[in-house]
Write a protein that binds this ligand. Structure first.
Ligand code: ZN
Length: 304
């Protein structure tokens, strides 16, 4: 039988804090409470209280995070604002969500707003915007947005349409980058034609599909390797309409067009103009992984 001391060898500040850390680490997924410490520690929590002024103070001194040991101290508006400021300074240009701040404070999402009201007003108090102004979009994001609008309207989009859904990049981003809308469209067309010349997608090795957009509407994994230029060419060829049912976003705003692999991507279908077609969301869903036009049986897949 192995004997172990159940008390500490010495009671220096450092050894008390080390004991606190040791217990915290031994808990793994459980939270460190005073009761747990008293049953697992080699020293009583009241010793820590006496030495450091309070249990909370001891946790702070030991560097134990709020998520491991939530402090029972009253959540003050000041502590929220302080954490918010610190977070914003370390992450300039990012939007700050309540969840991020709540986690830092060892709270559940919603705890801050339940107590202090709207998240927007809390942000405003430290001079932050819910969506930071001047977010820098990449060229690719600006072009993607143009293609989204082009698809949505079934024609070249106009400047005013940048302000409305489904546009997600506002007019300012284009003005800032290219000086005007016409110049932006020219840049888009140049991108399309230049990358078309360079395109050798049919010989590219197949890459695993990735989710291009986490919106539920885009539940279908879209391989990023279908370039903007190729998607544009397929859409133009198919006249921005579903090739099965003819639905188009220009006629019906709820229609969502997708670029579909005729021979499925998951089975090694290639990113070539011949293997790609435009489908609406509904027709795309109905298709699944079936291979059409390969065997007569599979024609069932098209019957609906
Ligand atoms: Zn359709």
């Amino acid at each position: 039988m192995k004997f172990e001391l159940t008390t500490l060898d010495e009671y220096s500040d450092e050894s008390l804090l080390a004991e606190l850390r040791r217990v915290a680490e031994s808990l793994q997924d459980q939270r460190l409470t005073r009761d747990r410490f008293d049953s697992l520690g080699r020293v009583h929590s009241s010793t820590l209280h006496k030495r450091f002024g309070s249990w909370t103070e001891a946790l702070d001194k030991a560097g134990i995070s709020e998520s491991v040991a939530p402090r029972s101290r009253v959540l003050s508006r000041d502590s929220v604002l302080k954490t918010l400021r610190e977070f914003a300074e370390k992450n300039p240009g990012n939007s700050v969500t309540e969840k991020e701040i709540a986690e830092r404070l060892g709270l559940y999402r919603g705890a801050i707003t339940r107590r202090f009201g709207k998240w927007e007003s809390i942000l405003a108090e430290v001079g932050l915007n819910p969506v930071p102004l001047g977010r820098r979009y990449t060229d690719q994001e600006c072009f993607e947005n143009i293609l989204t609008l082009w698809t949505h309207y079934g024609r070249q989009p106009n400047f005013g349409e940048l302000k409305h859904s489904p546009s997600i990049v506002g007019p300012k981003a284009y003005i800032h980058r290219w000086g005007g809308w016409r110049a932006s469209l020219t840049a888009f067309v140049t991108e399309i034609s230049e990358s078309s010349e360079l395109q050798t997608e049919s010989v590219e090795p197949v890459q695993p599909p990735v989710f291009q957009n986490d919106h539920p509407k885009y539940a279908e994994p879209v391989p990023r390797s279908i370039s903007l230029a190729l998607r544009y060419r397929v859409l133009v060829r198919d006249k921005f309409r579903c090739v099965i049912c003819g639905a188009s976003p220009a006629k019906d705003g709820t229609v969502e067009l997708h670029i579909d692999h005729i021979y499925p991507w998951s089975r090694g279908g290639q990113n070539t103009e011949e293997n790609l077609r435009t489908l609406c969301f509904k027709c795309n869903l109905g298709k699944g992984d079936k291979v059409e036009n390969i065997q007569p049986d599979s024609q069932d897949a098209l019957r609906e």
